[in-house]
Design a protein around this ligand. Structure first.
Ligand SMILES: *[C@@H]1O[C@H](CO)[C@@H](O)[C@H](O)[C@H]1NC(C)=O
Ligand SMILES: *[C@@H]1O[C@H](CO)[C@@H](O)[C@H](O)[C@H]1NC(C)=O
Ligand SMILES: *[C@@H]1O[C@H](CO)[C@@H](O)[C@H](O)[C@H]1NC(C)=O
Ligand SMILES: *[C@@H]1O[C@H](CO)[C@@H](O)[C@H](O)[C@H]1NC(C)=O
Ligand SMILES: *[C@@H]1O[C@H](CO)[C@@H](O)[C@H](O)[C@H]1NC(C)=O
Ligand SMILES: *[C@@H]1O[C@H](CO)[C@@H](O)[C@H](O)[C@H]1NC(C)=O
Ligand SMILES: *[C@@H]1O[C@H](CO)[C@@H](O)[C@H](O)[C@H]1NC(C)=O
Length: 785
């Protein structure tokens, strides 16, 4: 479900698309480089290396103390790095992309996944839930003259078959359809509303254009699709059409498929229009698992559903609609240049309407309670079986889904195989590892949400971290969002994995590809100036790759935002514009995105290393200090937003600093250092493995180690506010959540930011106080007891 990250969007129109966008130049470099060692050679190396040292090492590996120190003991992470095979990854991807696997309709792929786990020696089962989902039946978009009934244009609503790409010819491909969209057959005049953001609808209103009883045409981008429909519904619209403008992922960005990886003219973006920011999962069982006989809401009371029909459109189908608006209402460029899309290069002017012609929008869908299948694999830990690390990926896709999510499914299977190989060599992780292949993520993170709701008590008690991989390879730009507590571990893992076709590590490439975050080693908010810099000339600042806060873009959401489990989401992005279309195919992946499967391999290595560290390190490498530093930047970000809202309504100077939050952050930082001190003491006095002589010393060592691990692995739980975010109480994390008007994207301190946005100043103060208390409590928890 993760959206592709497309930066540096050039304007279309007079603009000429570059022949060599940056990402393509990079891809050419590595595409040109010959494949490295064959899988066979890797295996020979692996087995030689292991067999030489097995007698010495197996005991240590079993006790989870294998180290990287050249002291003769094998580091399972080092061994693991040699296992992932590009050939196997290719096979896995070929399997998942060879048949349709929309949620709930391909049990075969669930069985295959379970059997594959079992064949690697991993205990596995299929876990079913029964959510309320819909499937397309009939659809139409037409432009007609209301007085004569003459049809002026009938939209094709189909993606062209492309010779040589069998996925584009599959008769089972879904037509134009939006998941969880409402059924309806509506007619009205057309109005164009740009991206359909809250600001866009406000601008339209200010321009004197009403959307009441209209069919609203919006383009993809900016915010999640469900919110575009919601915004139109609030304004009284009858239906919504969402099209892909070439300026956003088509010919304005680069060559279109099959000549390049960008969206061709007949292509549309499927996807869900559920209101995920209200709650994800089954629309009828919020907060409870959708078991067979669970009590269910009446669908009309399901607050995560929109009520007006909606359909996606290609730019080929949108063009005649936009032309029907020309000369009606306001010239869109008078509202803002940001309202003008890329079809200007074909002579289309963007106007708001309403049109003189009418649009008929038919979206006939069938809703039903239908079984979905999660596959859950388990490797029971040898020493701390009660603590678990979960690595998950969704399996369902709108189409072949080569990048989203099958590249991630391929990574998950290859990880299972790699863990199986390590187990054959005698390895057992110290803690339990759970591998999860989720179903129905595309509809609204359904499989993962129902499973978390079903297992909430033991998840809150036992789960150390959740690692998510969705679209593992959608380009070659590494990206991550995470709880800040996992940042250091992620940096360490990416420094150990080579970036394909270069001498760089994934970390280096990630830093180079991004602007980087300026991080201060100080993290004390009160010594900085108003711009967030430190006037101190001796300041220690450096750049790290950016790790964004988590919103609601994939299956990490129920773990992070509902259960309070520290979570991490990973993927290579930035190189593909055919998201959620028939052209996100095996053919496209092997032609433009990752022909040699080396990016898949690099992603398998990064994910595996993160999981192995989390599962095997005697002392968890989770960093509360890193959390404290990010908390400082979250507060700065919030203050910027609050200052903006207060400036608009309270004369500019009202609220610049949130002193309560700042004070709480200061305490949190101080106590985060206490955990670091405990770690130093453990190392200096005992050693992390607690294998010294003397029963009493061993017990003291283990007690201290357990205290450290408990504090860092349960810290996230303390940011859970049982009352949740006001108005959408399913979301319980007080520091981050999906933005109310963003959808996928994260908002820091959502309760406070939304009170400010609503100009409810008293409430803002209350929430600030409440959340400061939550941070103090978390700080208190970090003390050694
Ligand atoms: C399910 O997926 C498998 C493997 O990709 C494929 O062979 C099969 O045709 C699919 N089944 C359906 C009903 O599409
Ligand atoms: C949808 O509505 C249009 C216009 O009212 C009507 O002509 C058409 O028959 C309807 N289609 C269906 C499938 O009900
Ligand atoms: C509408 O705006 C565009 C862009 O500013 C401009 O080129 C065009 O001439 C305008 N059309 C009319 C009819 O004013
Ligand atoms: C609809 O048809 C009538 C009769 O031909 C014509 O006068 C009118 O201009 C048409 N309306 C539009 C918006 O094309
Ligand atoms: C890697 O480094 C070697 C030696 O410094 C150099 O010859 C080679 O061109 C580099 N390769 C890439 C892809 O940068
Ligand atoms: C903060 O940034 C603004 C705009 O860049 C600049 O004018 C101002 O001098 C800066 N303030 C400080 C204290 O550096
Ligand atoms: C806003 O500022 C102006 C000029 O400084 C002042 O006259 C006015 O009273 C202020 N209004 C409020 C609501 O503080």
């Amino acid at each position: 479900m993760t959206l592709p990250d497309i930066e540096e969007k050039p304007l279309c129109g007079s603009y000429v698309a570059p022949n060599q966008p940056a990402h393509r130049a990079r891809m050419n470099i590595w595409r040109g480089i010959a494949i490295g060692l064959s899988a066979m050679a890797l295996f020979l190396t692996l087995y030689a290396a292991t067999h030489l040292s097995v007698p010495l090492c197996m005991h240590d590996m079993r006790s989870g103390t294998a180290r990287d120190q050249g002291d003769g003991r094998i580091d399972p992470g080092q061994l693991f790095l040699r296992i992932p095979s590009t050939d196997r990854l290719r096979e896995h991807l070929q399997y998942y992309t060879s048949g349709t696997h929309v949620a709930g309709i391909n049990r075969t792929q669930a069985v295959h996944t379970r059997d594959y786990f079992e064949a690697q020696g991993i205990e596995a089962k299929i876990v079913e839930y029964y959510p309320w989902l819909n499937y397309p039946v009939d659809q139409r978009v037409a432009l007609f003259n209301e007085s004569t009934h003459a049809v002026e244009f009938e939209a094709g609503l189909k993606e062209d078959a492309i010779a040589g790409d069998s996925a584009s010819e599959d008769p089972n491909n879904l037509p134009a359809f939006l998941g969880l969209s409402a059924s309806g057959n509506v007619t009205g005049q057309l109005v164009y509303a740009n991206y359909g953001t809250l600001d866009d609808f406000r601008a339209l209103k200010a321009a004197g254009v009403s959307i009441k009883d209209k069919v609203v045409l919006v383009r993809y981008g900016g915010i999640l699709r469900g919110l575009k429909v919601h915004g139109a519904e609030r304004g009284g619209a009858r239906g919504v059409l969402i099209y892909s403008d070439p300026a956003d992922d088509g010919y304005c960005i680069g060559k279109v498929y099959p000549s390049g990886p960008w969206r061709p003219e007949s292509s549309f973006q499927r996807g869900s229009v559920s209101l995920i920011q209200v709650y994800p999962g089954d629309p009828l069982t919020p907060g409870h698992p959708a078991t067979k006989d669970a009590p269910r809401l009446d669908p009309k009371d399901a607050k995560s559903l929109n009520h007006i029909p909606s359909l996606p459109l290609s730019y080929r189908d949108a063009e005649p609609l936009l032309r029907a608006l020309v000369g009606h209402g306001k010239n869109a460029s008078e509202i803002s240049e940001n309202w003008v899309g890329g079809l200007t290069s074909r002579g289309v002017e963007y106007w708001t309407g309403p049109s003189a012609l009418s649009v008929n929008l038919l979206n006939h869908v069938e809703f039903k309670t239908t079984p979905i299948q999660n596959v859950i694999g388990r490797i029971t830990g040898s020493e701390e079986p009660g603590r678990a690390i979960i690595i998950g990926n969704h399996r369902d896709a709108w189409c072949a889904g080569a990048s989203d999510p099958s590249s991630g499914s391929a990574v998950l299977l290859e990880l299972a195989r790699a863990f199986g190989e390590l187990m054959k060599l005698g390895w057992r992780p110290r803690r339990t590892i759970i591998l999860a292949s989720w179903d129905a993520e595309e509809y609204s993170l359904v499989g993962s949400t129902e499973w978390v709701e079903d297992n909430i008590d033991w998840i809150r008690a036992d789960v150390v971290a959740y690692v998510n991989v969705d679209a593992a390879v959608m380009g070659s730009e590494f990206g991550a969002s995470a709880s800040p507590i996992l940042k250091d571990l992620l940096f360490a893992a990416t420094k150990k994995v080579a970036f394909p076709g270069s001498n760089e590590t994934v970390y280096d490439a990630w830093l180079r590809q991004s602007q980087g975050d300026l991080v201060s080693d100080r993290a004390d908010l009160d010594n900085e100036d108003d711009n967030g810099s430190f006037p101190d000339p001796n300041r220690a600042e450096h750049h790290t790759p950016p790790v964004r806060p988590l919103g609601a873009g994939s299956d990490y959401t129920p773990f992070m935002s509902h259960a309070g489990v520290s979570s991490l989401n990973l993927g290579f992005g930035g190189g593909l514009g055919t998201y959620h279309s028939n052209y996100d195919s095996f053919k496209q992946m092997t032609t433009f995105v990752d022909p040699n499967f080396e990016l898949h391999q690099a992603m398998t290595r990064v994910c595996g290393l993160v999981v192995i560290h989390l599962a095997d390190d005697a002392v968890l490498k989770l960093s509360p200090i890193s959390y404290a530093k990010s908390l400082a930047s979250y507060i700065r970000e919030l203050e910027r937003q609050v200052a903006g809202y207060t400036a608009a309504s309270l004369n500019g100077t009202a609220m610049k600093r949130l002193h309560r939050l700042r004070a709480a952050q200061r305490q949190f930082l101080t106590n985060a250092h206490l955990v670091e001190q405990s770690k130093h003491r453990l190392r200096a006095v005992y050693g992390e493995d607690c294998q010294m002589a003397g029963r009493r010393r061993r017990m003291n060592c283990r007690k201290l180690r357990k205290s450290i691990n408990d504090r860092v692995s349960r810290l996230e739980r303390h940011f859970i506010d049982p009352d949740g975010i006001p108005g959408r109480e399913w979301y319980k994390h007080a520091l981050v959540g999906p933005g109310r008007w963003l959808g996928y994207d994260a908002q820091v301190f959502p309760a406070i930011a939304e009170a400010a946005e609503d100009h409810k100043w008293k409430m803002l103060r209350q929430y600030e106080k409440r959340i400061a208390e939550i941070i103090y409590e978390a700080a208190w928890f970090l003390r050694e007891v």
